[in-house]
Design a binder for this molecule. Structure first.
Ligand code: ADE
Length: 333
């Protein structure tokens, strides 16, 4: 009878390659990097431990890499949280284990789940999120403009900071990098559901990585669509079918990526400014779309429009987006 099988010793859990001992992780609780839906992210340091990476590209599926004594970001769930948050956090950790390593993702490095507080250790990105990064540079460049300084031919005197100047080439590089990461995610059957500049992290000014997999779902086995029950969803980044029916797919991630392109080209501009989030769907259904921003090249705006096809099947795919952006980048280099 069935009850017999329940006695099978399932408690002898295999050693988890991701699990580390708490003494191998220093968490700088005075250096908060951000705060998520639950818990906060802190700067941390991993000490004396070799870490395992699950790597889809390696023949064994696992790529051992030594990450000793390096800076990391630690997402920590406070102790004594409700069971819902706890299981949601464990689900996110489980999902990240199955993602596989990609240079355009904020990769998982380790976790602590056998005791509380639960910790998810990921790669540290030195320049924080892309939205704030772009907005800081936008403010700086506008100030230079006001002071009558031409930043294309900058003065060497004063306390002029060249690292605050951002070029169209750099912006295109960011867009290519992010599309690369999203192409990888979609190929592996994942929908991110929260593609936006606030969820992209910047490392050393030149490398963008996709982060925050809190809303990410595996959909490959389930008719390539995920039906959510609502909750905290960013309407201005969502496709019409996602707003209308909570239908999420790689196609709705493509739509959100179009909004992200807008954020990039406007150096952190807000989509549909002045519009109430609830008015976005009627606007889109009346064939309304965000207009071409002033400094936005025509071919860049064309990709944005291709991300915003009402019909998900008509929408451009990430691989094509990446190819188009990469050739635009080649044209200016
Ligand atoms: N904020 C949230 N996650 C981060 C990370 N991995 N690196 C830097 N800042 C972050």
């Amino acid at each position: 009878d069935k009850a017999r099988y329940v006695d099978f010793p399932i408690t002898a859990a295999k050693h988890d390659i991701w699990e580390i001992e708490r003494r191998n992780l220093i968490i700088h609780t005075d250096k908060k990097l951000g705060s998520g839906a639950f818990g906060a992210v802190y700067l941390g340091r991993l000490i004396g431990k070799s870490l395992a990476h699950k790597d889809a590209n390696s023949p064994l599926g696992i790529n051992l890499m030594r990450a000793e004594n390096c800076e990391v970001a630690v997402k920590m769930l406070p102790e004594f949280t409700d069971d819902m948050s706890k299981s949601e956090f464990l689900r996110e950790i489980g999902l990240m284990k199955t993602l596989g390593y990609h240079e355009r993702l904020v990769n998982m490095l380790a976790c602590i789940t056998d005791s509380e507080p639960l910790c998810l250790v990921v790669e540290y990105c030195s320049d924080g999120d892309l939205l704030q990064y772009l907005r800081n540079r936008c403010k700086y460049m506008m100030k230079l403009d006001e002071a009558g300084v031409n930043y294309h031919d900058p003065p060497v005197e004063n306390n002029y900071d060249p690292s605050m100047i951002i070029t169209i080439k750099q912006l295109l590089q960011y867009a290519v990098q992010i599309s690369y990461g999203l192409e990888f995610l979609s190929q592996k059957g994942f929908v991110h559901r929260d593609v936006a500049a606030r969820n992209v992290l910047v490392h050393e000014g030149k490398s963008c990585k996709i982060g925050d997999f809190g809303l990410c779902r595996y959909i490959y086995g389930s008719s390539s669509q995920y039906k959510s029950k609502g909750g905290r969803l960013p309407l201005k980044w969502m496709s019409p079918e996602a707003i209308r029916n909570y239908e999420f797919s790689s196609k709705s991630d493509v739509w959100s990526f179009g909004i992200l392109l807008f954020e990039i080209i406007t150096l952190g501009g807000s989509p549909y400014p002045g519009m109430h989030p609830e008015d976005v769907l009627p606007f889109l259904e009346a064939k309304g779309r965000i207009e071409q921003p002033d400094n936005c090249p025509d071919n860049f705006y064309e990709i944005m429009l291709e991300c915003w096809h009402s019909d998900p099947d008509e929408r451009i795919e990430f691989s094509e987006i990446r190819h188009k952006l990469a050739s635009q980048l080649e044209e200016i280099t």
